[in-house]
Ligand binder design. Sequence first.
Ligand code: JFZ
Length: 470
Amino acid sequence: MLHRIPTVMAQENHVIEKRTNISLKYGAHRLGKRTDKAMETWRNYGLGQFIHWGVYSIPGGYWNGKYYLGAAEWIRSWKEVPNKAYDTLYKKFNPKNFDAMTWAKKAQNMGVKYVIITTKHHDGFCMWPSKYTNYSIANTPYKKDVIEALVNAYNQVGIDVYLYFSIIDWKHKGYRSSLKNDQDRKAYEKFKQFTKNQLVELLKRYPSTKGLWFDGTWDDAWKEQAAFVDSLGTELRTLVPGLIIGSRFRPDDLGNRHFDANGNMMGDYEQGWERKLPKSIEDVHGNDWDCVMTIPENQWGYHSDWRGHIKTVNELIEMMVKSVSLDGNFVLNFGPNSMGVIRPEETKIASEIGKWMRVNNQAIYNCGYLNWEKQDWGYYTTSRKTNEKYMVVFNLPVSRMLKVRTPNRVSLSNAYFNDTQKQELTIEKIRNNEYYIHLPKDMDSDTPFVIVINDSISKTDSENYQKAKI
Ligand code: JFZ
């Protein structure tokens, strides 16, 4: 008889096969997860907010009345947009209605534990008054440092701040996407120094920063800079102890990104889940990870005219729960407009997620993967602090019975709704390790709900045998 290899094994084998032992100077510095306090805090956030704010919020996806189909923050790269015209937009940047505390309170009310803020996107415009360029907020009619205002406001309401920084810089003279000759290389050396200066500047100006979220590191030019980027990372980490940097920063000696030539992750968490989610725990290879998600299909910066599918609150909550159930964080993006206002659609979504979080956040904060067989009704999560186990139900079966399969020697002892009433639910044992939890027959719900479950672990046969001998 032919034995079928379970998919889990097959995938693990695949990964192990990929693991080699090539000697690298700039490969992964560590195998497995970081175990320090700062990283533990990161791991336990569950929910975060992303903010894409820059001068691209002025055109807001339109140029001379023409609709831009791409992501609004990319409009400068559109053939309809002359670079010169785009590069003077900042002279009109004057977000009179911007109030950092209003944003921070919305985020707090939504239940986010950390925020990632764009300090500089691909267009090169700096939202802080950088002393290394004139192309910054300091030279807009607004003048004031919005990064400082945001860092202070978010910290004040207890939200940790991470800074987004794009390596791609379409404005800097030395920036190159590839290095074709000595002239390019000379120019790029200046750009590298500039990049380093800006990063050091950011961490010195905003020392409460918990981490850096890098972007635009896919250029061939950057992929050749393993030694430089590695030492830059080391320097940045001395400025902020515990600093968290994802896998989208460093190339290895051979130009590999995220994972080095031996298949080991470079960075503190995997930063590749962009508008997509892992399907199963095997997909995350035991690493920490975050998923960054847009509300429309693909808009990060402010686009005045969202088209296509707009994700619903239940859809977003499901993505968050799925992320947590697979040991990741879920980060939802917001694109404020040029007046400094978070659009009504986003405000509504934030407040509805917040409403759900106030009832159910127990199943999100400090929670992660539970090694029980996934069922069709939704997702399990478990608290890393209390070991309490949760079922987050998205699909209500017509039978109103929820299947639970427990691992060996684990039996289900009780289950109750995680709302104010804590109503206890009937458990029916079908056979060993297989149960139905009976929901009230007339139960209906248009939002996901949480059930807390308690289990008990029986002793192993050998433990029982040892005991019997005494
Ligand atoms: C990048 C940016 O180009 C975009 O504007 C936005 O800031 C987003 C958060 O990051 O876009 C990416 C980057 C990486 C992938 C996809 C889009 N990726 O790895 O699939």
